[in-house]
Design a binder for this molecule. Structure first.
Ligand code: HSE
Length: 436
């Protein structure tokens, strides 16, 4: 056996248990395939009593993460605790002791990745995080290695299963957001506190990490524009469907001559695109690169064993490159990037097309006012339709689809329209992504 990994496993929730179970079940298969003997040396959890019966008797299960750091035999730390602390200190102290790290912790890496990757580079160890983005889908490896030849232009992904389940169910049933969220919680898709998922923060962490890998930039969550799905009206899902689009929560990162943009928001996607047909809790990512052109990656973005599959693939990678000089291992994001350069596109400078729903009074000249304001702001209209017959009391709603326009221009147009006496309520803005 060329290499042997001795793991300190921190955390034994769904993913920790999945990792332990798959390593045990597929031990011989992994060893035959890779020449790697992977042994769980110790487990650290908040409640050892709960986990003790789930782990072989000869493996210590304790509650202090320092037990992993201080065990000289442990050469790889698998951090599956989540959150910022104590995960961050565990990882930094493990790196300082020359241990490699595998983590599924997107929040930690998106917030504090620069410090962690820099420490790892200095110590000559790996911090691998395939499991942090889109669970079982090998998207980190695909972008970093499969597309190593390419200049990547953009990445767009459905990378939060909870939101995709909610949006798919809202579209199928016409039910409201809060009603479907409750069902998602009952089914175990959504957490008791679903804020990170539904407000787009989890998606933002993941797309920030993909952006750092694709474009070699430091992570910086302050530069990510984030909108979630909690305010989506079923009416817009229905109108989008009638116009040939589905609404998906997309994480998008794109490189242009203005810099790099990273944004998360509900997006209208043409229903002929494969991404529009990713339903339920599944994840999918499209990468547009100059040589490979467009490639699509699809799979389970969460769950114990699907995520464990990514954790173990990282372990195998670490074993295979353990004897290789650190400079020859796959580069970690951000470390080589010049931190003084402003890499980022102002959100007002992004260019996309837009869906507007404008509640208006039914009287002569209203549509003329709207089209004039849109034109005055340099935005070109692709389609404009009135969805319902107007009534004197309720007025009507106008749906407007724009051609590509600058975010700042459409926002200025909305502010001006919103001030018209004939506009009777808040204008709804959604962005459209043609993914060409
Ligand atoms: N909560 C995430 C999701 C899975 O719903 O996709 C873990 O990142």
């Amino acid at each position: 056996m060329a290499t042997s990994l001795k793991l300190g496993l921190a955390g034994f929730g769904n993913v920790g248990k999945g990792t332990y179970d798959v390593l045990k079940r597929n031990k011989n298969l992994i060893a035959d395939r890779t020449g790697t003997d992977i042994e769980v040396k110790r487990v650290v959890v908040r409640n050892p009593q709960r986990v003790r019966p789930l782990v072989d008797a000869d493996i210590p299960v304790t509650s202090d993460w320092r037990d992993i750091v201080n065990d000289p035999e442990v050469n790889v730390v698998v951090e599956l605790i989540g959150g910022i602390e104590p995960a961050k200190t565990l990882i930094l102290e493990s790196i300082a002791k020359g241990k490699h790290v595998v983590t599924a912790n997107k929040a930690l890496l998106a917030e504090c990745g620069n410090e962690i990757f820099e420490a790892a580079q200095k110590a000559g160890v790996n911090v691998a995080f395939e499991a942090a983005v889109a669970g079982s889908i090998p998207i980190v490896k695909s972008v970093r290695e499969g597309l190593a030849a390419d200049d990547i232009e953009w990445i767009a992904g459905i990378i939060n299963g909870t939101c995709n389940f909610i949006l798919s169910t809202m579209r199928d049933t016409g039910r409201t957001f809060s009603d479907v969220l409750e069902e998602a919680q009952k089914l175990g898709y959504a957490e008791a506190d679903p804020t990170f998922d539904i407000e787009g923060i989890d998606t933002a962490h993941k797309i920030m990490l993909l952006s750092a890998i694709a474009f070699g930039i430091p992570v910086n969550m302050d530069k990510v524009h984030i909108e979630g799905i909690s305010k989506l009206d079923p009416k817009d899902i229905k109108y989008a469907e009638e116009l040939g689009y589905r609404i998906k929560l997309l994480g998008i990162t794109k490189k242009s001559d203005k810099g790099i943009e990273v944004r998360v928001h509900p997006s209208l996607v043409p229903n002929k695109k494969l991404l529009a047909n990713v339903e339920g809790a599944m994840n999918a990512v499209v990468v547009k690169a100059d040589a490979a052109e467009s490639s699509l990656y699809y799979g389970k973005g969460a769950g114990g064993e699907p995520t464990a599959s990514a954790v173990i693939a990282d372990l195998v990678d670490i074993a295979r490159t353990a004897e290789v000089h650190a400079s020859q291992r796959p580069k970690m994001p951000t470390v080589s990037a010049d931190k003084n350069v402003n890499h980022w596109t102002d959100f007002g400078d992004i260019v996309t097309s837009y869906y507007l729903r404008i509640p208006v009074e039914d009287k002569p000249g209203v549509l003329a006012d709207i089209t004039r304001i849109i034109a005055d702001n340099g935005v070109s209209i692709e389609q404009m339709i009135q969805k319902e017959a107007p009534t004197k009391e309720k007025g009507t709603e106008v749906i407007l689809l724009s051609h590509s326009a600058k975010e700042a221009d459409i926002q200025r147009a909305i502010r001006t329209m919103q001030a018209l006496a004939s506009v009777r309520g808040p204008i709804v803005l959604l962005r459209m992504e043609e993914l060409n």
